[in-house]
Design a protein around this ligand. Structure first.
Ligand SMILES: NC(=O)c1ccc[n+]([C@@H]2O[C@H](COP(=O)([O-])OP(=O)(O)OC[C@H]3O[C@@H](n4cnc5c(N)ncnc54)[C@H](O)[C@@H]3O)[C@@H](O)[C@H]2O)c1
Length: 277
């Protein structure tokens, strides 16, 4: 039986680990080949380690184990040139582009807004907002050239729907992604290119498996994983403390596939009802 994205090619940023790797594998399971990029460096001000070459190699290994092709490159979404090179080389090798997942993102300093460092603020906007625009900018000409339409999925966050104290830079960037999504959806509709954003609640990846994030949710220092789980669950309507990367990947697959063929311009929460509370 043909997969749900059989024969298509997907460009995924931040694909070395976490949600990005999960998206690559889910799309590959359904028949897509993958163009993957990742920074593979530590992030200044992040309370967790950056992805590594070994992480990206593991994504490659797992996609190839599914008998799909993958072109994986170290590239930085803040750097338009490196991103352009990576997507151009990927399309040259794999022959087309249909799906774009602008997933790369960072979480850094967690302090009241007036105490945020200027370089931390700027790097957040450069990565989580400008990086998403860069991703769309380098991909759109390939999607248009294919003449087969396409699907662009921008990863925002629950923090793109509501405010959170002490992460103004993250909340601002993730809200900005929604404006970009709505604008692109209008511009690209005549080309049958759909653009939507996904808004995960807490996803249990490296980004949040650290004491700084635990403390952000509990409002105290030295929180345990159990205390974080209770605080996280308190803001989610369903009785769960967080979701897993595969839950985001399944929503992304739906939007990427023909099942979502008339869905565009939609901010889709995958959040267990977080937005209701
Ligand atoms: N984990 C959560 O709770 C959560 C919730 C909502 C939204 N998100 C968003 O989901 C996306 C994926 O995050 P994740 O949870 O998988 O975390 P993660 O840290 O495991 O993965 C993020 C990936 O992006 C890469 N990256 C960071 N900066 C980059 C850059 N400049 N260029 C290229 N790659 C870069 C990292 O190296 C890493 O591999 C992010 O946009 C994040 O903001 C995460």
């Amino acid at each position: 039986m043909a997969g749900r994205v059989e024969g298509k090619v997907a460009f995924i940023t931040g694909a070395a680990r976490g949600q990005g790797r999960s998206h690559a594998l889910r799309l590959a399971q359904e028949g897509a080949d993958i163009i993957a990029i990742d920074l593979l460096e530590d992030i200044p001000g992040a309370p967790y380690s950056g992805a590594t070459r070994a992480d990206l190699d593991e994504t490659v290994r797992q996609v190839e184990a599914l008998d799909r092709r993958i072109v994986a490159t170290k590239a930085d979404v803040r750097d338009l040139g490196s991103l352009q090179q990576a997507v151009d080389a990927g399309v040259a090798e794999l022959g087309r582009l249909d799906i774009v997942s602008a997933n790369a993102g960072i979480s850094t300093q967690m302090v009241p807004t007036d105490q945020l460092d200027e370089d931390i603020w700027q790097n957040m906007l450069d990565t989580n907002l400008t990086g998403v625009w860069h991703t769309a900018k380098v991909a759109i000409p390939h999607l248009k050239a294919g003449g087969r339409g396409g699907s662009i999925i921008l990863t925002s966050s629950e923090a793109g729907i509501r405010g959170y104290a002490n992460i103004a830079h993250y909340v601002s960037a993730k809200h900005g992604v929604v404006g970009l999504m709505r604008t692109l959806a209008l511009e690209l509709a005549p080309h049958s290119i759909r653009v939507n954003s996904i808004h995960p609640t807490q996803v249990y990846t490296d980004m949040i498996q650290n004491s700084a994030t635990y403390d952000l949710f509990t409002g105290k220092t030295g929180s345990t994983k159990e205390e974080f789980a209770a605080a996280s669950q308190a803001v989610i309507a369903l009785p769960i403390p967080w979701v897993e990367s595969i839950d985001i990947s399944n929503a992304l697959l739906f939007l990427a596939s023909d099942e979502g063929r008339y869905i565009t311009g939609v901010p889709l929460p995958v959040d267990g009802g977080n937005f209701l509370l």
